[in-house]
Design a protein around this ligand. Structure first.
Ligand SMILES: Nc1nc2c(ncn2[C@@H]2O[C@H](COP(=O)(O)OP(=O)(O)OP(=O)(O)O)[C@@H](O)[C@H]2O)c(=O)[nH]1
Ligand SMILES: [Mg+2]
Length: 306
């Protein structure tokens, strides 16, 4: 009996969209693994991050990106640059919109990037679990579709898992034939240091409100892991949490240090789960006025193109 020969596909898919539409959630759901930072606050993702979905038939390198917005500060300029770079030389662009919602004030920024894109474009319409009125789906989508002319439209829900298999197939079928780009057990092309920073920042976003989440950066100053230092029984991680104002430092530390303890303990547990060894974590909160506004401070906070 002859077995049909299936060719392997591998390539790059960049996910873009307005802030908070669920790009990072969608990546975690597609990978069936929590890798990307998610929160209910807009502009959670600040860097373009490669996440890797490997199956027996294909490997999709999915690039998560910051939400498209009009930059106000140097940090926003960095994020915008990350989006532009992630749209260059990829095999497929997946534009993520939110079901029953227009593009709002970021519409122009989005159209500027996607209207005349030469790359195959898949439109994923996320959060369909939230759609109250079915009529809203096409009412909001019609005008978007007309302008960006996607090659496929897939309604999905990262939360309830609806249609994720369809989206995986729509993306994979547009990749070139070829062998794996990354080894099959790699989930994310980042350092553990970066992942530690993102885990801490995600816990801070969870625990704070209003302007605090936007004003926070996390810089791991010391990272000694048992992989590098076999004599260590646990990783020793020291990180600075940078905020813009003394009041924000007070909020983060909390009464008697309670808030910082809660953040540290949640972050440590998540790191232990993800890294696979015990972690000793020390956090320090530092104030650097208006760090988001100057390129030098933004770079010092770790936001520079590598
Ligand atoms: N109801 C519902 N909520 C979702 C879904 N997907 C994501 N969310 C929520 O939407 C919020 C934003 O999710 P993220 O994944 O951080 O969104 P993002 O597009 O990566 O946001 P930025 O990185 O800020 O641009 C979070 O509160 C998620 O839990 C979904 O399918 N249904
Ligand atoms: Mg995100």
């Amino acid at each position: 009996m002859s077995e049909s020969v299936r060719s392997y596909r591998a390539g790059y898919v960049t996910l873009v969209g307005a802030p908070n539409v669920g790009k990072s959630s969608l990546i975690n759901a597609l990978l069936r693994e929590k890798v990307a930072a998610v929160s209910d606050k807009p502009q959670t993702t600040r860097n373009a991050v490669r996440c890797i979905l490997t199956t027996d038939d294909y490997q999709i390198v999915i690039v998560d990106t910051p939400g498209i917005h009009k930059p106000k500060f140097a940090l926003g300029e960095f994020m915008s640059g990350e989006i532009d770079a992630a749209l260059e030389s990829v095999d497929v662009v997946c534009f993520v919109a939110e079901a029953g919602q227009g593009l709002g004030e970021v519409g122009d920024e989005i159209y500027r990037r996607l209207e005349h894109i030469g790359t195959p474009l898949v439109l994923a319409v996320n959060k369909i679990d939230r759609l109250r009125d079915k009529e809203d789906f096409w009412r909001f989508l019609g005008p978007i579709q007309e302008r960006i002319k996607p090659d496929a439209v897939v309604p999905v829900s990262a939360l309830s898992g609806t249609n994720l298999d369809v989206l995986r197939d729509e993306l994979a079928s547009r990749l070139p034939e070829g062998g794996m780009i990354y080894p099959e057990d790699v989930l994310m092309d980042t350092t553990e240091r970066f992942r530690a920073e993102e885990i801490i920042r995600e816990r801070i976003l969870d625990a704070t409100e209003q302007e605090v989440p936007h004003s926070v950066a996390v810089v791991v100053e010391e990272f000694r892991s048992p992989d590098e230092y076999p004599e260590l029984k646990r990783a020793e991680i020291r990180a600075d949490i940078i905020v813009e104002r003394p009041g924000q430092k007070g909020i983060l530390i909390g009464a008697g240090g309670s808030k910082l303890k809660e953040i540290g303990s949640a972050a440590r547990m998540e790191m232990e789960r993800r890294f696979g060894y015990p972690v000793f974590l020390q956090l320090w909160v530092k104030v650097k006025p208006q760090w988001r506004k100057t390129q030098r401070d933004v770079e010092r906070a770790g936001y520079r193109r590598g």
